[in-house]
Design a protein around this ligand. Structure first.
Ligand SMILES: Cc1cc2nc3c(=O)[nH]c(=O)nc-3n(C[C@H](O)[C@H](O)[C@H](O)COP(=O)(O)O)c2cc1C
Ligand code: SF4
Length: 511
């Protein structure tokens, strides 16, 4: 029998809990001696292996998964063997889908209890913030500009330029708002980080606060993320107790509060989010003014996505030029790709921009879970384009995917097999917009409903060519006339479905 492990890790994030991690942890407590050290860590993001139990022996972490409570006795009886057990995965860091990643943002995620601040500091978590504390705010902004970092919330706007605008805007109080709404279908990277390594996000927010001179920090989270809310709030308290918010700016005052929204897609749009934070209805604001000049309560406000802010500590620690080494074209650094839908190995895959869609779906994802042929893939959330098999060699960076009529968005990749009906998916896009529209502008509020009705007619085989022409007309109007990207981008999935899968729109007419 192998010697007893030094420590045992069972993920405690919501994804792992949803597949039974709590029951596995409880069974381990019963089966192991009272002094066994069972730690609830964050997930590594290899979801098809969850609950992924790791044991540490002489500094090496061995993985077993997916573990059910019924597997626990045989694992304990066998002494968690390095090999030979049917669930043995060998050293976790050598699992190919993890070993091949380039983890800058998620470097520490899953390594330990996400609320063990001492362990996080021991892993070097504070290095970026310590560097930033020694730098003048303008130099921090220059470093972020040099890195080429662009916002990971979807629009890909250069982060350093945005920060510079807010810094120069003046105002009584500058706000930093972290957008953790994460409404895109098939995305979960923000949640994974907040539940697995919240201190990296907090460090990124502290660096951003120093750079822009913010004295108030807010994180906007949806109520559907109760676990992330709890972990992040606890992490902020620990950070505060450790005095780590101190000395970031001349006022010596910066702190972060978590604010919870009811979970409306449009509240992820930054100006709706600001309205929601002000206690108002989540309705889009007309621009200008941009939030960096006049945002929360009319003050200069930076809104950044979780992953944008969590990228910053690495940049400050290693320098802007080092970060620029990763990526392709004008898309620098790494992107957290999130595999979902009909995929065998659902996973978070952090890689430099420039990887092909085929590599992600086939090599990392292992193809479809159903075993059926893949037919379509939606990249970039519910407003992203549907791509087909012929598009699989596109490299994933902002410009390359835009060149084929798509967008990268927040990095969500949802795979569909050959049973999908693309006319119904196009209808879903319009129906989604009709439900989630804030209602402020007519092209979106009325257009989405008319679009859904028109697609119903097409699906029913009613005057298909005329209704397809009407649909295209409507798409043009929504694209050009909508106030924000909700209505402006809904035509993207619709048009891409019509263009790439015309047979699904003509079928009913032919039948
Ligand atoms: C309908 C809609 C929903 C959005 N949802 C999110 C979201 O959930 N999270 C997010 O970070 N950005 C979201 N955005 C983008 C934000 O408006 C904004 O561009 C982003 O938070 C800025 O941060 P970044 O520069 O770090 O990307 C959404 C935009 C639109 C139009
Ligand atoms: S496009 Fe839709 S969500 Fe955006 S402002 Fe107009 S009605 Fe609101």
């Amino acid at each position: 029998m192998s010697p007893q492990p030094d420590r045992i890790f069972v993920p405690g994030d919501s994804a792992s809990i949803s597949v039974g991690a709590d029951a596995v942890a409880a069974r381990l407590v019963d089966a192991l001696p009272a002094d066994a050290r069972i730690i609830r860590n964050g997930s590594r993001g290899l979801f098809w292996l969850e609950p992924l139990v790791e044991i540490e022996r002489d500094g090496e972490r061995l993985g077993f998964g997916p573990v059910t409570p019924d597997d626990v006795d045989s694992l304990v009886a066998a002494g968690f063997p390095a090999s030979g057990h049917r669930l043995s995965l060998g050293p976790v860091e050598a699992i190919p889908q993890l070993a091949r990643q380039q983890r800058l943002i998620f470097a520490r995620c899953g390594h330990d209890d996400p609320l063990d601040l001492a362990s996080w500091i021991e892993m070097g978590g504070l290095a970026g913030l310590e560097t930033a504390r020694r730098m003048a705010p303008d130099n921090i902004i220059d470093t972020v500009k040099a890195s080429g970092l662009r916002g990971r919330g979807g629009a890909g706007f250069p982060t350093g330029i945005k920060w510079e605008t807010a810094r120069k805007a003046g105002g009584e109080q500058t706000w930093l708002c972290c957008n953790a709404d994460e409404g895109d279908s098939g995305t979960y990277a923000d949640r994974l980080l907040m539940e697995g390594d919240p201190f990296t996000l907090i460090a990124g927010m502290c660096i951003a606060a120093r750079a822009i001179g913010a004295t108030g920090g807010l994180v906007y989270l949806r109520s559907e993320y109760p676990h992330a809310i709890h972990t992040l709030k606890s992490a902020i308290s620990l950070w505060r107790e450790a005095g780590l918010f101190g000395g970031l700016n001349e006022d010596n005052h910066f702190d972060i509060e978590v604010r919870t929204g009811a979970g409306a897609y449009i509240c992820g749009e930054e100006s709706s989010m600001l309205n929601s934070l002000e206690g108002k209805r989540g309705e889009v604001r007309a621009k200008p003014p941009i939030p960096a000049i006049s945002g929360l309560f009319g003050q200069p406000t930076i809104v950044n996505n979780v992953l944008t802010l969590a990228s910053v500590p690495w940049i400050l620690e290693h320098g802007g030029e080092a970060y620029r080494e990763f990526g392709s074209g004008r898309s620098r650094g790494t992107q957290a790709f999130q595999l979902a839908g009909d995929i065998r190995q659902g996973a978070l895959v952090e890689l430099a921009f420039g990887v092909s869609l085929r590599t992600l779906i086939d090599d990392f994802g292992g193809g479809t879970r159903s075993g059926r042929p893949m037919r379509a893939v939606q990249v970039g959330g519910p407003l992203g384009a549907y791509l087909g098999r012929a598009d699989l060699d596109v490299v994933l960076d902002y410009e390359a995917i835009a060149a084929i009529g798509g967008m990268l968005g927040h990095g969500g990749i949802v795979v569909f097999n050959d049973t999908v009906d693309m006319a119904r998916q196009a209808r879903f896009a319009m129906a989604f917009c009709a439900v989630e529209s804030c209602g402020k502008c007519t092209p979106c509020r009325v257009g989405a409903t008319r679009g859904r009705e028109t697609l119903d007619k097409i699906i029913a085989g009613d005057a298909v060519s005329e209704n397809l022409a009407l649909l295209e007309d409507l798409c043009e109007l929504m694209t050009d006339g909508s106030l924000c990207a909700m209505g402006g981008l809904t035509p993207m999935p619709v048009r891409s479905a019509v263009k790439r899968f015309p047979e699904d729109f003509a079928r009913q007419a032919a039948e």
